[in-house]
Design a protein around this ligand. Sequence first.
Ligand SMILES: C[S@@+](CC[C@H](N)C(=O)[O-])C[C@H]1O[C@@H](n2cnc3c(N)ncnc32)[C@H](O)[C@@H]1O
Length: 305
Amino acid sequence: MNSVNDPAYEVLPAHRGDSFREHVVRAYEDAPSDWQKVLGDQLHFQWGVFDHPDSPRPVSLDEAGLRHLERQLAIATGLGPEHSTPGRVLDVGCGWGATLRHLARVFPDCRRLDGINISAEQLAHCAEHVRGADRRVHLYLCDAADIAALPDAEQPYDLVVVRGTITHFPPEVYETATEALAQRMRPGALLVISETLYSEEFLADERPLPSDTDHLALGHRKSLRYVTDVLRDRGFDVRDQRVLPSAEDAARWVLELKSNIDVHFPEEASPPLEAIRSMAATLAVVLLQHEASVHSIVAERREAA
Ligand SMILES: C[S@@+](CC[C@H](N)C(=O)[O-])C[C@H]1O[C@@H](n2cnc3c(N)ncnc32)[C@H](O)[C@@H]1O
């Protein structure tokens, strides 16, 4: 995996200075084994669908994270039969690889699945556990702002997933990345987004998070209107938009993370895990009061005018 001809992942140079990037990288530099104690073995890190109270038995974080991803993919593939057989897929902010692993399984005929991330720690784990098992997976240490530089532009993307990643973007990174995605996706291709977005009232009242205490790099909060306006301005039509998971499931998910941190790191955890511990209860209330919601957005690359 580490040979020059078959690197674990390729490094693409960053084209713009971004002081916030280091902040994000630090949020994910803990050992994957520590994160597994908090998130579950599979390391899904974008909320979970539990379907309480109908679930006949306890649902683990691994199952809930996968259910959330499956629900979003069902919405996307339900928009037309052509969406069930993508030829090239991109995961923007691919974490430790849980989404790519699932996409590789459910799209056996997909020729190529690319993942980008700015965290070398996460990419190394993804390379070993996902690319190691499936060479259709190609990984890039690449900022979302540099999507235009990804190789093989003559093979447009049919499906792009961006889950839990926009939350970390300064607005200019989100706008640049969306513009580049519009260039790199074929007309009719789908962009599947999951994001925690805040009400306009909440954002109007919020006090900015001082960067030295923002250990999860969540300082650039956004509204649904902003995120969807940028999509429409940059060449996408929003085909489906809904709150998913429910406020109750989202609150439960973040409280389960806190409970895992309390069990496994009772004294002290790393700064990002401490940040989850200290914000969990407040965030659960914010979710239950609908001041923030987790949104699923499926957008389609518009045909050129
Ligand atoms: C909350 S995690 C979500 C991981 C994964 N998508 C999932 O659903 O489990 C956010 C991910 O976005 C990545 N990320 C944040 N900012 C990025 C950027 N500017 N370019 C590329 N990746 C970024 C982080 O390193 C991290 O892997």
